[in-house]
Ligand binder design. Structure first.
Ligand code: NAD
Length: 375
């Protein structure tokens, strides 16, 4: 079987193939090709790849001859027209929002794996691209905020007086939030954090940050560890409980997400108006609706002197490392289902991982939520 790694569309600077996985692919017998100039912008030259055994080809040739096509973001409909019958595409697909694309995949009898839907079970941890990217995103969010903020993060005792540490408030403590806390702590900030899942309190404390306790009544989480949506009353209680912490924070990083739903709107314009001018908010959920009133995807907005960062591709700020871990996630997924004897990727719809992340296969929807959405 042949795997092809195309260049990404738009401004995406991450890539799906890095040098370190090439030999792994070749060792299990995957024939790999990539689009010309795939990683030039990151300093990975075509010859670096071809010296290792990758065929460097034009996009059309790659798309039309491959059995497996791996990318970071979804292919476009015009790309699909070039693919071989029954080809498998592997990428972030955003399947709950990209109904047209997903329907087109089914109609064309293409198989598709959505990296967002890889189940959070132990066997699939090495393929968990949501986590690998969120981790680096959390790190980048703190660095961006610290660059915009005209204050130092650490406390400094100098001959000219003492500089107090900056205050960072992290809202939503999943993978991205934990890394944001750890990064802000390493930089010397005083860090506070809140999450609706009470289990998070211990993790926040273990990183040396303070957990902000807010009583919002009963909260639930799914068997995969995702938070369930709060009621409008609970969101109001949360806002009221966070108001004081927000107003005294120099930096707020929001990462709150609810699986398969728009992000909860937690920080209102009113709460932002109470903050000190010069403060910074990074809305890491801006791509799924935003946690912050007034945040705009891929823009930095200002409200009363407060900067609201709406970067939708924070992992892309550290694209070499985010590409490296993403490329490893994809390889691990392919290797898991690769038959080394026949050199074929075997799709078993009953497998716990594939039944979760396979969106379309042989003209059918497979993932149960996608199936339900189309019914
Ligand atoms: P996520 O991106 O879905 O959400 C980010 C955080 O926002 C979550 O912690 C969630 O509880 C929180 N949140 C939701 N609504 C909120 C609100 N109104 N206010 C404040 N916070 C709110 O989360 P994630 O990073 O994907 O992680 C979810 C959990 O899954 C974490 O506990 C993580 O450690 C766990 N996890 C497990 C595995 C595994 O393989 N078992 C892998 C990755 C993550």
């Amino acid at each position: 079987m042949k795997a092809f790694f195309p260049k990404e569309h738009d401004s995406e600077n991450r890539v799906s193939l890095t040098n370190d996985v090439v030999t792994k692919y070749l060792s299990i017998g995957v024939d790999i090709s990539m689009e010309k100039d795939l990683g030039t912008h990151l300093g990975f030259s075509d010859s670096d790849f071809s010296d290792l055994g990758v065929n460097v080809v034009e996009r059309e040739e790659g798309l039309s001859s491959a059995d497996i096509i791996c990318s970071v973001n979804k292919l476009r409909n015009e790309d699909l027209d070039l693919l071989k019958e029954k080809a498998l595409i592997v990428s972030f697909l955003d399947p709950f929002n990209e109904m047209d694309l997903v329907n087109n995949l089914k109609e064309k009898k293409l198989s598709s794996i959505s990296m967002e839907l890889v189940p959070r079970i132990t066997r699939a941890q090495k393929m968990d691209a949501l986590s690998s990217q969120a981790n680096l995103g959390g790190y980048a969010a703190v660095l961006i905020a610290s660059n915009i903020l005209s204050k130092s993060f650490p406390m400094m005792m100098t001959a000219a007086g003492t500089i107090s540490p900056s205050k960072v408030f992290v809202v939503g403590v999943g993978v991205a939030g934990l890394q944001a806390i750890a990064t802000a702590k390493r930089l010397g900030a005083r860090v506070e954090a809140f999450d609706t899942r009470p289990v998070v309190e211990e993790q926040v404390k273990s990183l040396g940050a303070r957990f902000v306790k807010i009583d919002i009544g009963e909260t639930e989480e799914t068997d995969q560890g995702y938070a369930k949506e709060l009621t409008p009353e609970q969101i109001e209680m949360q806002r009221a409980g966070m108001k004081k912490v927000c107003s005294s924070s120099d930096v707020i990083i929001t990462t709150a997400q609810v699986f398969g739903r728009p992000a909860p709107k937690i920080i209102t314009s009113e709460m932002i108006e109470d903050m000190n001018p010069g403060s910074v908010i990074v809305d890491m959920a801006v791509g799924t609706g935003g946690n912050v009133e007034g945040s705009v995807p891929n823009e930095n907005k200002e409200l009363n002197g407060i900067t609201i960062v709406g970067n939708t591709n924070l992992p892309g700020e550290v694209a070499i490392h985010s590409s490296q871990v993403y490329a490893a996630n994809i390889f691990n997924l392919i290797e898991e289902f690769w038959n080394k004897e026949t050199k074929i990727l075997e799709i078993n719809e009953e497998d716990e991982i594939l039944s979760g992340c396979l969106v379309t296969h042989e003209g059918e929807f497979i993932n149960s939520i996608v199936k339900e959405k189309f019914n």
